[in-house]
Design a protein around this ligand. Structure first.
Ligand code: SAH
Length: 258
């Protein structure tokens, strides 16, 4: 029997109905799938039946004997041992499906965003991260991550998954979310870099006004900043958390520091 390793974020699934639901919500029929952390193959066993190919990245080499059995039985499965975050992803078009290790949730999501080969992600994540990704303006959870993710992807909540579905049982509840990357985006590469920088600065100190955060970041005269915000119909007392994704996009088209 495999002993779960905390340092690798190992919380295994076993309920077949749940696993099948994750796979059907991923819409991967005939497509190429990347799985992060196959573990003992709980999700992998269903992925290989649906996908054209499955490439699974597993950091824990002690799982080799268990995973080798699946690999031998399914020629469309390839398991690569190592840290997913260090891996080069080949050319092609891939769909990420995974019950991911929670200690690297954000890094995995950012890798998904950055790689043009990745088209969709159907992933199990902590409920609190899912709430942030899904958050709307003026809510407590709305932050830089919400905006950046919602800019790149259509975000859908698939289902709640209570902690008792995992072995060992984690300290948090989970959610399966689906991220579908938009085929086209309203900003060019240079504007996107500014967009991300602007949002990070805007939320640097959430309780401060946008003007104060931008003043600290860019050192631009506050009168100039007030005029800049007016261009977008924004009040000088506004905080970043009240600004929607579309307005940040408009701001990225007219950088303040240029
Ligand atoms: N998919 C399985 C296991 C989920 S637990 C199931 O649902 O039952 C998370 C898995 O991710 C574990 O197998 C763990 O060893 C693996 N893992 C952790 N960090 C990783 C990393 N950096 N790269 C690849 N796999 C990793």
């Amino acid at each position: 029997m495999h002993q779960a390793k905390k340092k690798f974020g190992q919380n295994f699934l076993k309920d077949h109905n749940l696993l099948k639901k994750i796979v059907s919500s991923a819409k991967i029929e005939g497509l190429d799938v990347i799985e992060v952390g196959p573990g003992m193959g709980a999700l992998t066993q269903f992925l290989v039946l649906n996908a054209r190919t499955v490439t699974a990245y597993e950091i824990d080499t002690s799982l080799k004997p268990i995973l080798a059995k699946f690999e031998n039985n399914h020629p469309n499965l390839k398991i690569i041992y190592g840290d997913f975050l260090d891996m080069e992803i080949p050319n092609g078009t891939f769909h990420l499906v995974a019950n991911i290790p929670y200690y690297i949730t954000s890094s995995i999501i950012f890798k998904f965003i950055e790689l043009p080969q990745m088209k969709s992600a159907t992933i199990m994540i902590q409920k609190e991260v899912a709430d942030r990704i899904n958050a709307k303006p003026n809510s407590k959870q709305y932050n830089a991550l919400s905006i950046i993710l919602q800019y790149y992807c259509r975000v859908k909540k698939v289902m709640d998954v209570p902690r008792h579905m995992f072995t060992p049982k984690p300290n948090v509840d989970s959610v399966v979310i689906r991220l579908e990357k938009y085929d086209t985006r309203p900003l060019n590469n240079e504007q996107e870099l500014y967009f991300i920088e602007l949002i990070k600065h805007a939320f640097k100190q959430k309780r401060k006004t946008l003007i104060n955060n931008l003043y600290e970041a860019y050192g631009i005269d506050k009168e100039v900043l007030i005029t800049y915000l007016k261009t977008f119909g924004l009040d000088e007392k506004i905080r970043a958390e009240a600004i929607d994704v579309q307005t940040f996009i408009e701001m990225a088209k007219k950088p303040i520091n240029k």
